[in-house]
Write a protein that binds this ligand. Structure first.
Ligand code: AMP
Ligand code: ZN
Length: 112
């Protein structure tokens, strides 16, 4: 998608924390925890409900890879939280599905 920020980042972002053929990880520009990353599938879709079978398969692989690199590359010792905001009530602001990866401290559990 030409006017999508996260599609543009596939080519333009110059400080990716991790990248493979399925997705990339960057640091969130407005961190909500000491460590706050975004895992962004390279295929553009906004909602989980828009996934094609390939996206469903890829999302599983993306979760597996996040767990594999959590401690060594992302420095997420002691656990982490994954969040996917879907739509207005969840506060989704970028219309390209992404997984927030939050950690670096002990967190409370109250969606504000
Ligand atoms: P959401 O509100 O769930 O759609 O998440 C979008 C996230 O993208 C927010 O946490 C923003 O801080 C983050 N964000 C927006 N623009 C950028 C950018 N240029 N680089 C890194 N993160 C960004
Ligand atoms: Zn996109």
């Amino acid at each position: 998608m030409e006017d999508c920020l996260f599609c543009k980042f596939i080519k333009e972002h110059n400080s990716k924390v991790y990248e493979d053929n399925l997705f990339y990880i960057i640091k969130d520009i407005n961190p909500q925890a000491p460590l706050h990353y975004l895992a962004i599938p390279k295929n553009h879709f906004k909602y989980l409900s828009q996934m094609q079978s390939e996206d469903i398969e890829n999302l599983g692989k993306i979760f597996a890879k996040i767990s594999e690199i959590a401690e060594n590359i992302l420095q997420l010792t002691g656990g982490y939280r994954l969040v996917i905001n879907q739509g207005d009530n969840a506060g989704q602001t970028v219309p390209h599905l992404h997984i927030h990866i939050l950690g670096g401290k002990e967190m409370g559990w109250t969606p504000a």
